[in-house]
Design a binder for this molecule. Sequence first.
Ligand code: SF4
Length: 393
Amino acid sequence: MDVIEIPDDREHSRLGASSAKRVMACPYSLRNCEHGEPFSPPSTYAAEGTVGHHLGEHILKAWEANGFQKHPLCQSFFSPGQAFKVGDIVYELGSEMIEAVNAYVTVIRDIAELEAGPDASHRTEVQLYMKELEGAWTYIDHGIVSADKKTVWVQDLKLGFQEVECEDNDQLLYACACSLVLPVEVFHVAIIQPLAGSGPVAIAHTYTRAEVEAWQEQYLNAVHQALNTTMPLEPCAGDHCQYCPVKASCAGKLRVYQAMTEVVTGKPTLPSVDTLDDKKIAFIVEHAAEVKKWIDQVEALARDRIENGSGVRGLEVKPGKKLARQWNPGAEQALKAQFGDAIYDRKLKTVSAVEKEVGSAALESSFSRFIRQGFSKSKLVRAVEGSDPLDLL
Ligand code: SF4
């Protein structure tokens, strides 16, 4: 079997979607970097992701080429054991990846058939531009636009093991903002993550035009602040620093890191990880769980104090987000008695799909007791917008 080489010929934008979260949290980072995310040779994980996206693209384009008739499967084109080359890494296709790609394509097919309909148009691995900002563009894995251009569906394939949230997702909001050139009123976004945890294969969220416009305004403000060099800017460190191109030399990141270290250990710095010998690495890895447990205890203490009213200066609880609605036991029987087979798509449809089919009034009047909706875990966040966390130490 010949090795299939996948070239990385995409041009990356320093104003692209992958840096949007960082740029909005820390405009200073954009002013101080000439390029986008730092280049690093692809890791095995990245190569695996590239292969998965390549397979998905291949199948979706084949489906489009046959007029969306026969829904192809990954194994119609690629067999287990097929080798792919990404940079210097050779990746051998396994059945888990084949199944993951089939799950991705199946979700898109369901959206296309059950929601978008035959008149909608499809875009696979397409480059989208944000017209208000020169040099700003991103790529989406797949998108669907309704015939009247008032609804778009954006699908993103993630092949990591970590679950990714769809709501408040700057990367997806960026892609939606690029579609504001169309008269879109509703943006349905979905992250398809077949390898992540035990959750659903796809999670979805809907943004309104007003929400996307508000997000875009914030993003453009952050970029304009960064590009207006007469305006003083300070680095603002946080979890967005992870892929920052200037993090190695960033005073802001270093200050937070040093302060955290000093609070925890009483010493000004932790040694750089590449200076650790095997004995220390083994010791740290062995005791990592205890350190994580200790950090969890700090968080639990903060939550307790906030909940009992004594509070923690500088922290507040951000409530969890509404999760997708689920059926309660007994729902299927009750729904079937009233709506028959309209509630099925091979198996019982989701609450939203049934609602679309029968109308929200009919669902709410007789079936609300069969529906439950939980919330994701609340988060502890910095209380004072824009304040420097070090002032609180
Ligand atoms: S490393 Fe520094 S410049 Fe980069 S995002 Fe963090 S605080 Fe901002």
